[in-house]
Design a protein around this ligand. Structure first.
Ligand code: ATP
Ligand code: MG
Length: 420
């Protein structure tokens, strides 16, 4: 992409009232725009990051046998009454009167739509197990929205739901999803800082699990076992008498964290109210057993931003970066420079490398370097009179102090290797 044509621009000065680090970094870099408290637009750069995250998640969901679908945002009141959540979640719901006397909910989650839908297709044990997922906007009346994109009133969630004939089948699948989630956060570059965390399991199962990323911006407190590295949330800590449920150790250290994903055994909580029965081999009717598994996309982007930055701006992990290379053309008015920049832009793109080309005239070199650091693309490639004279180009990793001069021939290979 050509930067002079980019829809968004970086901004150095943003309101002091914006206290969230992820929001400050993402707004300065031109990734998001704040429309209102807890309501953000994703600009082209931010949307590219979210799409990268989405694709990683999608690959993992497909490996789990998930089938992607897309459910409505507007849910009839009667579905939410059927589960009792019209009133039990009343405070958190955006209720709308679509027409006089017709009440709806803007979906904060999708069991109320998916379970009656599954009922239309599931009748026999032969129809199970089933796994479906979507990337969908969720709406929640969050009260405190001071954490930038970590907690918003409207956000994209990947929600996967599994339907099983029995508990054993759910238990096995749950373990697979747990591993898959570990890979997702690893691939998104925050594996080291993300902890599998025991959380309350509701009525059906003793535990559920959260994936918690360590950051001072997190609103949760987790307790990490010094011995085995698993964590528990506050609720479990109290129930467990300050003991690790995994290994029994009592050496736990408190950390602030944000929940980037969670997995939950629902059991028959939702198949019951909607009567999602299937017939067993012997003809007996039984309720399907369910699991649900969520990840918030903007929250994940925000968690990455909280973890991956320095005093100059963002430092995106390669797999989720909006581009792999930021090509800085320092003397755009020089025909030699322009020619060279255009050539490199073409070569890299032909190799499947995504390039943001700073072709802007009338910007000082210092401004281009500062913007480049703010945006945080993994590689910076500089073309200037100086580099042209040497016949080489200066390539610098965002996180490295110094760059090195590389020839045109070796350039694509180095960058592709860095991409892994
Ligand atoms: P929290 O305890 O932080 O409110 P939750 O338990 O309500 O989270 P779930 O209902 O399990 O979250 O939603 C699944 C995922 O959706 C979460 O793990 C998180 O990544 C994301 N998420 C939840 N609420 C929000 C929000 N208000 N803004 C952005 N992402 C969210
Ligand atoms: Mg919540």
């Amino acid at each position: 992409m050509i930067q002079s044509k980019l829809f968004s621009r970086t901004s150095k000065n943003i309101s002091k009232e914006e206290i969230s680090l992820n929001a400050r970094l993402l707004i300065k870099g031109g990734f998001v725009d704040k429309l209102a408290a807890g309501v953000y637009s994703l600009l082209p750069l931010g949307w590219r990051v979210v799409k990268k995250i989405e694709n990683i998640i999608r690959e993992e969901m497909e490996m789990l046998g998930g089938q992607e679908l897309f459910l409505p945002t507007v849910h009839p009141k009667k579905n939410w009454e059927a589960t009792g959540r019209w009133s039990s979640m009343g405070e958190d719901l955006y209720k709308i009167e679509a027409e006089k006397g017709a009440n709806f909910v803007l979906g904060p989650t999708h069991e109320e739509v998916l379970v009656p839908l599954a009922k239309k297709f599931v009748s026999s044990y032969k129809d199970l197990p089933l796994y479906v997922y979507q990337f969908q906007n969720k709406f929640r009346r969050e009260k405190r929205v001071k954490s930038g994109v970590l907690r918003t009133r409207e956000f994209l969630m990947k929600d996967l739901y599994s339907f099983h004939a029995d508990q054993k089948d759910l238990d096995d699948y749950y373990e697979k999803v747990k591993k898959s989630y570990g890979r997702i956060f690893q691939r998104c570059g925050i594996g080291e800082k993300t902890y599998l965390t025991y959380a309350s399991g509701g009525t059906f199962s003793k535990y559920s699990h959260e994936f918690q990323t360590l950051t001072p911006a997190g609103e949760d407190l987790i307790y990490i076992c010094e011995k085995c590295g698993t964590a528990v949330n506050k609720e479990i800590l109290a129930d467990q008498d300050n003991q690790c449920p995994q290994c029994g150790s009592k050496k736990l250290r408190e950390e602030k964290a944000v929940e980037v994903g969670n997995i939950f055994k629902l059991g028959t909580k939702f198949s019951q109210p909607f009567g999602l029965f299937y017939s067993k081999e012997n003809g007996e009717k039984q309720l399907a057993v369910m699991g649900c598994y969520g990840i918030g996309l903007q929250r994940l982007m925000g968690a990455i931003a909280e973890v991956e930055n320095d005093e100059r701006g963002l430092t995106w992990p390669t797999a989720v970066a909006p581009f792999q290379v930021h090509l800085l053309e320092l003397d755009p008015r020089d025909p030699q420079n322009r020619k060279s920049a255009r050539q490199i832009y073409g070569i890299l793109q032909a190799k499947g490398i995504e390039v943001l080309w700073d072709d802007r005239a009338g910007k000082l070199a210092g401004e281009k370097f500062a913007d480049c650091d703010l945006i945080g693309i993994p590689y910076r490639l500089v073309i200037s009179k100086k580099t042209l004279q040497s016949g080489k180009y200066e390539l610098k990793e965002r996180k490295a102090a110094n760059g090195k001069l590389v020839s045109l021939e070796e350039l694509p290979e180095i960058i592709l290797k860095g991409r892994g």
